[in-house]
Design a protein around this ligand. Sequence first.
Ligand code: ATP
Ligand code: MG
Length: 279
Amino acid sequence: MATVLAVTNQKGGVGKTTTSINLAAALALGGRSCLLIDLDPQGNASSGVGVPPDQRELDIYRALLGEIELEQAVHETAITNLHLVPASSELIGAEVELVGIYERNRKLLSILEPLLKRYEYVLIDCPPSLGLLTVNALVAAQGVLIPLQAEYYAMEGLSQLTHTIDVVRTGLNPGLEISGIVITLFDTRNTICHQVEAEVRRYFDQAVMQTKIPRNVRLAEAPSHGLPIFLYDVKCSGAAAYLELSRELVRRTRRPAAKARTGGAATDSAALAAGEAGR
Ligand code: ATP
Ligand code: MG
């Protein structure tokens, strides 16, 4: 059965899509079948693995609305083990259209269910908001991956995210865990990055993945070629980091006990919120 992870942070431009694409690609190249679901109307994850807008007629939007089976929206990519469910720009309407649908928060969970046996990992690239699409991802997932940009206001807004996670835990998905916080866009020469890292690790402790993603221009270039980093420049520091992150994630998600997996109370959303409050 697949491990389903929502890659989310309502803050824009923090590396959600870059992480979703390249982590999924790294897992797939490591022999783990992986489904990447683009749940963002911007469709960046779809472009980033080479599925252009004119090939997204069968997409997550139509599957969510029940017009097609999710399976029909599964596209192959240049990496054998990596499949994609793309997002067309129509998905922008889903936040409104889903409101009238029965069990609107569980829609993604229910359409994903038949595919769970086929994949080891399902990664959901969320939009930069905490609306219905993100809630659907949190309900369908076992874990949340939170990319956090190494910048001064990195933790701002985290309490909103953790509040949403808590609401989802209370009613819809009690088992939802924080699988990891990923520090992204890290620039070794920038003192602020080091300060932010120290602060994030102090508050969030083991919830923070050991692997940091460096700021690396090759990571920014790869999507315009429709390629995950490993097919664009396998030797760059960004590729090495995402490979290492995939190994760390596999180690974490393999551990059976929830506490061992997330590092205990420090990863609890209350602690996350406290971290933000402590700033
Ligand atoms: P949005 O909230 O709009 O969905 P996002 O959180 O998905 O954004 P990305 O699209 O992954 O963020 O990244 C934002 C921008 O930063 C993109 O142009 C991307 O190419 C670039 N970028 C992301 N990570 C890195 C990195 N490690 N090094 C250099 N550029 C990066
Ligand atoms: Mg994105």
